[in-house]
Write a protein that binds this ligand. Sequence first.
Ligand code: ADP
Ligand code: MG
Length: 704
Amino acid sequence: MDKVFDTDVKFVPGVGEARAQLLDRELGIRTVGDLIRHYPHRYIDRTRIYPIAEVTEAAGLSFVQLRARLTGVSYAGEGRKRRFTAYAQDASGAAELVWFHGVKWIEKRVEVGREYVVFGRPTFYRGELRMAHPELETVEQALSRRAESGMQGIYPSTEKLGNVLGAKGMYRIVCNAWALVRDRIADPLPDALRTRYGLVPLREALYNIHFPQSQQALAAAQYRLKFDELLGVQLNIQARRTERLARNDGFLFNRVGPLFNAFYNEKLPFPLTGAQKRVVREIRRDTVTGFQMNRLLQGDVGSGKTLVALLSMLLAVDNGYQACMMAPTEILARQHFATVCRMLSGLPVGVAILTGASKARERREALEGIASGQVRILIGTHALIEERVQFADLGLVVIDEQHRFGVEQRARLWTKNARPPHILVMTATPIPRTLAMTLYGDLDVSVIDELPPGRRPIRTVRYTDAARLRLFGFMREQIARGRQVYVVYPLIKESEAMDYKDLTDGYEAISRDFPPPQYVTAICHGKMKPADKEESMRQFKQGEAHILVATSVIEVGVDVPNATVMVIESAERFGLSQLHQLRGRVGRGGEQSYCILMSGEKLSRESRARLEAMCETSDGFRLAELDLKLRGAGDINGTQQSGVALDLKIANPTADVQVLTLTREAAAALLEADPALADPAHRGLAELRSRYAAGEARDFSKIS
Ligand code: ADP
Ligand code: MG
């Protein structure tokens, strides 16, 4: 690309130093190229004028344009708090236009009695239309504006930025940026490819995405830009796969040895489910090919992934290799360690644990044992990827609940070996197939689609705060039957202090209603010392505590089969996948379990939909799909949440399955013909590939 794309965005007319800083901070826009790739997320019809009477709350309009005469103005407040209101009227009704800042500027520019075209976001105050900081143009100005297609892009923005640079301000600087780049846009795609896939030139696509000349032109632009993004991702994924398969130096786990057999025949606490057996077979098949295994194991909460991990690790050990298993939290690592030690007791295999909280002795034993090869199975947190850990012969890495791990953390683990270990990533957050395909294109996927027998579906209900007494009554009843209860509070970083207050208030309320010594309530949250957390968890696991009040620390993996009630406070503040994870903490024994979603009375439509979905289904895959749908196309938070932050501006791997399929095919053909993309005609493609190479670290084959 031309270097104008890398120019600091401050040089775009209308931006300047201060706005450039804001653009960077709020939207990560630093260069002209970033601004050009900041696409509208919506288009509005600027040729359309709404009568004021039609702009009602029920109409649900996000931006409107009015044509109205100013009938008067008024001021309220003092100094910095000064507010300026202009009253506008058309034949159908009246509206208030309000300014909270920039009053000096606007008061000079409006003239009572004059007719204006008013553009902005409608809000309602006591049912009356009110627009804050609308854009005003005189009717003459509006008429002289270049009409184009009438579709104007609305750009994603933030509140802070919006105060400085409104919808039109943003539009204006994009226009200015366009003027800088318009004649310097090289197309990265070879003509033949464009023809083959019916893609418009990049210049045309960029023009129409910002300034659509027609609906068709817009659709063509969207298709082209999505294609580029997904092709960039696919070129990376497929190149990695080729590389991985070309290495052909995967460890061989050829035999099923004494350890595996002894465990399987003597220690297995219950028969494997059919799905568990199938996955173990898949792993066995992978590890005798001579290629490195990269397998993603998806299995709903409670489906028994840990056992599959253990069997795989035994397979590694039987073949002379070490295995390690990484968990996202201290609690979970300790729990896995305890489970594995218990299951393997009496068998001749060294198991150690290493976490950030490991005391000197534990740490020393783990490090020495791993280096000498005496320890065959190491369990821990991300402490495992600290530099000091030197494996003697690491053959398998199991990563539990991978979405909790940062990309770099994972990438570092692999570099520990000259030869790449086999990798098994386990997740209970089902990534919809299409998404997994894009994000982990070089990953084989196994699914455990069967729960261990005897599980009863969890009953999920929604309560509002008004039903708290009933809730407490229910908890008492369950405790009287010998069951245990989780009460979980959301924790959202920005408002930590407040969240902890909710949690401690809740804890106090519960302690009051469930007084000791009859009841024991434990508490567990991130701000506690590791030792205290552990003690709380121990109390709860061993049944000494009846109630565990916690933050979402307990979200992943905690296994207390006797707990049958999961109360989630302020449930509307959790995402769907988090809710599902939390719910998965109960229903692990043979007893009927319950999940109670507590929420306020007033809920946004989306929160309501989430909670309703929870009550309706316990199928994690369905919930994940729904989650993506609720967030809407183009919102890639879903992928960010799963630890993946592909820089996709317009493509949505879930919604754009067709484009995805085409780009997979295109990438494969391109790489087959020119694996390194070295052909001068492919320079643009090589650039495209490196722009999306961030996906590389995420790619499990990038190892040594
Ligand atoms: P997850 O997949 O969520 O990690 P776990 O591995 O923690 O699930 O298993 C959930 C519970 O199911 C554990 O208590 C485990 O002992 C039990 N479990 C696992 N496999 C089976 C099986 N085949 N039959 C019966 N219970 C099982
Ligand atoms: Mg688990």
